[in-house]
Design a protein around this ligand. Sequence first.
Ligand code: ZN
Length: 107
Amino acid sequence: MLQLKEIKCGKKGCSKCPHGFYVYAYWRQNNKIRSKYLGKVGDPETQRKVDELAKDHPRVTAEYETMYLESTPGVKEKILKGINTPLSECQEDNIKESVSNANAAAK
Ligand SMILES: [Zn+2]
């Protein structure tokens, strides 16, 4: 599993504390909890490490995506708004297009 952490730098008068979000991966290996620091959310380098980790732990990709969305201001609100908007408010053409897109993606 992945976990988000906020980091306190400890500098006096730092107005940006806590800093973050930083991604840590935790997994169980030989009955021990292992952990690995992956980097800051949204960094290309972090994404690379997540991809690397996903070879052995496929779930981390989805966990990281959720994390990334939750750490990006406004994105979560947009998604929630989308969920709360009924399809009846949708334009006919848009529905057709999204259905054909979904079909294309399923192939
Ligand atoms: Zn700080």
